[in-house]
Design a protein around this ligand. Structure first.
Ligand code: 13P
Ligand code: SF4
Length: 302
């Protein structure tokens, strides 16, 4: 029996669902039951009846799914797939900021470790950060860990004061203005769609700024035929699937998240066969981090 057929069989046998982020390899997106951005996947994990979740993504995603669903088994096909940005903030600085600003809300991008979420007032994803920050009663916002996303949100919510952190996504942060200008010159008819993890000078060149789902929805609804894509190359799979008559050009070939690419279908099969690589979170961390994640789900769906 081939790998795909065996995965299908095991999913049925074990009452398992495969969740995949848009950045994992095409072959994994192909066998997934649910594909989406970070917000969609964390929401869908709480809504599906499956007892076992195979999370095809990086560790903060599996961890969030486990925190939100303590009774489900969450498996990670590759336990070493991690997001470097998830570690780029620290508890000491959070405590310092809290002592300096009376009315501050610590807003934590979901791309963060569970230990960081413990110290947050609310989590956000790139799809709902603006909406949630606007809805908070606080006038001061400490945005962790992503400085670029924090600055983008601040530009959309000028009535609040922001304190920024210096974390960044190594893949989005290294996109240069020159690379975007070169792509625009090469494809003059194309619109430039970009993820808000990129730096401000890149966002200034964009026709649309949004999460991976936002980018896919924008391109799908658009009358235009050509798009330059300023995010991880994995989104091209869904973009092409939904829009076979449109052209998509990655801004350059280096926007690849090596951690997301560690997830292969062979590893999906192995983790389902062996029921190993289970995500575990201590009760205390789970309880505290659950608060900020649930607040996101609540404020995000209003
Ligand atoms: P999304 O919020 O669009 O899923 O992005 C997640 C991510 O890791 C971007 O680098
Ligand atoms: Fe983290 Fe960047 Fe990879 Fe997203 S693309 S998982 S932010 S390293």
């Amino acid at each position: 029996m081939d790998t795909k057929a065996r995965i299908l069989q095991l999913k049925k046998e074990k009452n398992a669902a495969v969740l995949a982020h848009y950045y994992v390899p095409d072959e994994v997106q192909e066998i997934a039951d649910y594909i989406g951005d970070s917000f969609y996947l964390s929401k869908v994990a709480t809504e599906i009846p499956a007892k076992v979740i195979v999370f095809c993504g990086v560790s903060f995603m599996g961890e969030s799914a486990k925190i939100l669903n303590p009774d489900k088994v969450v498996l990670m096909p590759d336990e070493t797939a991690d997001c470097p940005m998830a570690h780029m903030a620290d508890e000491k600085k959070i405590k310092l900021v809290r002592s300096q600003y009376e009315d501050v809300a610590v807003v934590c991008y979901i791309n963060s470790t569970a230990e960081l979420k413990v110290h947050a007032d609310v989590c956000v994803t790139s799809a709902n950060a603006v909406k949630i920050v606007k809805a908070l009663p606080n006038k001061e916002i400490y945005f962790i860990p992503d400085g670029n996303l924090g600055r983008y949100v601040a530009s959309q919510v000028p009535e609040k004061k922001f304190i920024f952190n210096d974390g960044f996504c190594p893949i989005h942060h290294k996109l240069t203005v020159q690379a975007v200008k070169d792509a625009k010159e090469k494809y003059p008819e194309a619109e430039f769609l970009v993820h808000p993890e990129c730096q401000t000078d890149i966002l200034e060149l964009a026709d649309y700024i949004g999460s991976t789902s936002g980018i896919i929805d924008y391109a799908t609804a658009s009358e235009r035929k050509e798009f330059i894509i300023g995010t991880e190359k994995g989104v091209l799979y869904e973009l092409k699937k939904k829009n076979p008559d449109k052209m998509f050009y990655p801004v350059h070939d280096k926007m690849i998240c090596e951690d997301m690419k560690k997830v292969t279908i062979d590893k999906v099969l192995k983790t389902l066969e062996n029921m190993d690589h289970k995500v575990s979170v201590t009760d205390e961390v789970r309880r505290k981090a659950n608060h900020s994640l649930n607040r996101m789900l609540e404020l995000g769906s209003r």
